[in-house]
Every structure is written in C-alpha cells, then in structure tokens.
Design a protein around this ligand. Structure first.
Ligand code: PEP
Ligand code: MN
Length: 338
C-alpha cells in the first residue's frame, strides 16, 4: 500500500504515520518529493484493512493499493526514475553508462592492459569476474581474492569503478572490499538468500535476468534486494534461452522498454552474453541505446583467442573503441550523456 501525504504535510504528521505503519507490523519506506511525500508500507497483504484506517490520520491525502506484485521496485510507488551515483559515475535516466572489461580476471598484465584500453575509449566502469559461474566444474572458475585485488589495482591506476560478480553470501564482504558494485549473475537471479544478503549489504547491485526468468520474476528478484532497504539496483537484460540456436541466447530487446515502464530502476543490457558472438555485439549495443537502455555491460579482451572464458563474444579494444564512437553519436540524438 502507498500512503500519499497531503502537499505540505508536516514532518510530525509524516513521522506519526510512519510510527503507525510500523505498529501494524509493516516496514515504512518514505519518499520525500518536492511537492508531496509518499510512504510505502511493505509487508503482508493481510493487514491492509488496518493500513486503510490511516486515511483518518492528519496529513494523509490517500491510501492506495499497489496492484503489481512488486512494490518498492514499481513505477506506481516511485514514478521518478532512480539514478545511481557510483562515486561520480551516473547510472540511470539521461545517461548511457558503459561497463567494459574481460569476462574473467586472468592476470595483472591482462587486466591492466584491458582496463587502460576501455578507459581510453570512454568506459567508466570496469567489469571482470573473480568468481566465475561455469557450466563445467573443470573449467577456470576465477582467481577469487587475487582477482579482486587486481581489480582494485586497475581502479587505482585508471579511476574506473569496478563491477564484479558475487556468487555466494560468504563472499559479499570480500567483494565489497575491492569493488564498487556487486553483480548477481543470471544463474543466481532467484537465489533468494543471496539476494537478501546483498540487500542487507547496501552495496549497489547489478542484477542480471536469468536465462529462464520472466520480466516480472526479474523485478521480483530486485524487490528481494530492496525489501532489505537497498534501493541501489540496476536491472540487466542479458538474453534468454529459446529454441533459437544461431545465437548463444535470444536478446529480448523489448524487455528494455517493458522494464522501464514497470519499474523506476535503471536498465542496462549485456549484448555480449545475449548474442555470444563478437560481431553481433555492436549492433545490439546500439539497438539497446535507441531502445532506451541506460547503459551496457560489454566483454572486451586484448587477446580473445586466448581468453579463459567467453573469448568468442569478446570485442578487441579497437572494435570496442569504434563502437564507443558510434554510441556517442546515438547518445547525442537520444539526449543521453556519455
Ligand atoms: C558474466 O557476466 O560473465 C556472466 C557470467 O554473465 P551471466 O550471469 O549473464 O551469464
Ligand atoms: Mn562472460
């Protein structure tokens, strides 16, 4: 339920309503707007009659039911777009943020070379996995803390922010020590205990759509994180599994405008995992910008043929730089800063 306060309702009235919401066993989530304050009351639907009684409280204009199963993530609750600020790097409406880097952190030489290249081309966030989800237990599974240390070194050398995947609640603290944003991968999108823990960790989260999750299920996963008080969530369309075999996954590009309509959270795409083929990455990256995405996460490798993971979908630095130039032209037309 959303409790809409009257324009100019006093702080005392707002606090009183929040106390009552808490007293009914709900979590109050206020949004202080320039004109009005609205308070989300999140909890079990069964107590909604008690929340409706708040209509009689001073300063309350209306009590409205949120119809969607997701609440905090919904546009109904929070009409204005959410914009994240990662130490000066904006993610959200009005910007097109580019995260780029290797699939896996492999060595100091590899990571630093790529970091300098993507920085030079204009990326603002470096991606790189230190904990890798692999289909085979015999495949390279990441450098773990040594990889995280290299990411931190790359940040120090280039000023790029860091996004890296966390697969297990026990690794959250260590990932936060070295990174600016935690990635929840496609395979963990419905790992509800991991979602709850990253919610409690209060670190910005990049939440990837699973290969078999619906748009609603993706937003419900964001809701898990937000229900713990962490509102800094970015949604990522990275392709879904269909009967089509020409590409690694099927890029669901209409998920971008659909997600933006349903939720206020920033939406980015991952054209690398969505297609699995390097020369499809640029057209899908450009399509993402025009479809309204707030950014992309792209795999770049200086020697794709030697990459420990995802070489076939990785761009070489020169191809990435050329893509960035084309994206800048489109960003200008679409009124997005890059
Ligand atoms: C990745 O970013 O390297 C990755 C494993 O992505 P996804 O979880 O989308 O498959
Ligand atoms: Mn990858």
């Amino acid at each position: 339920m959303i409790i809409v306060m009257k324009p100019g309702a006093s702080r005392e009235h707002i606090d009183r309503v929040m106390e009552k919401i808490q007293g009914f066993g709900y979590k109050p989530h206020p949004i202080f707007g320039t004109d009005k304050t609205v308070i989300g009351a999140i909890g079990d639907e069964r107590g909604k009659a008690r929340l409706e009684s708040l209509l009689t409280c001073d300063g309350v204009e209306n009590v409205v039911r949120i119809l969607k199963p997701f609440k905090l993530a919904s546009r109904e609750f929070h009409p204005a777009p959410t914009v994240l600020n990662l130490g000066g790097v904006r993610i959200g409406e009005g910007s097109f943020t580019v995260m780029a880097g290797p699939c896996s952190v492999e060595s100091e030489e590899q990571l630093l070379a790529i970091a300098h290249e993507v920085k030079k081309a204009g990326a603002t966030i470096l991606r790189g996995g230190a904990f890798k989800p692999r289909t085979s237990p015999y495949a390279f599974r990441g450098m773990e803390e040594d990889g995280l240390k290299l990411l931190a070194l790359a940040r120090q050398e280039t000023g790029l922010k860091i996004v890296t995947e966390v697969m297990n609640p026990r690794d959250i603290d260590i990932c936060m020590k070295y990174a600016d944003m935690l990635q929840i991968g496609a395979r963990n999108v419905q790992n509800f205990s991991l979602l709850t823990e990253v919610g409690r960790a209060k670190a910005p989260v990049l939440l990837k759509r699973g290969m078999a999750t619906t748009i609603e299920e993706l937003i419900m996963s964001a809701e898990y994180i937000m229900a713990e008080g962490n509102m800094e969530v970015v949604l990522c369309e990275r392709g879904i599994r269909t009967f089509e075999t020409a590409t690694r996954n099927t890029f669901d590009i209409s998920a971008v405008p659909v997600l933006k309509k349903l939720s206020h959270l920033p939406v980015i795409t991952d054209p690398s995992h969505a297609t699995g083929i390097w020369d499809l990455v640029a057209p899908m990256a450009k399509a993402s910008l025009v479809a309204g995405a707030d950014g992309i996460i792209v795999e770049v490798h200086n020697k794709p043929e030697e990459a420990f993971s995802d070489g076939p979908q990785s761009l070489k630095p020169a191809t990435f730089a050329a893509l960035m130039q084309e994206l800048r032209k489109l960003a200008e037309i679409e009124n997005k800063s890059m």
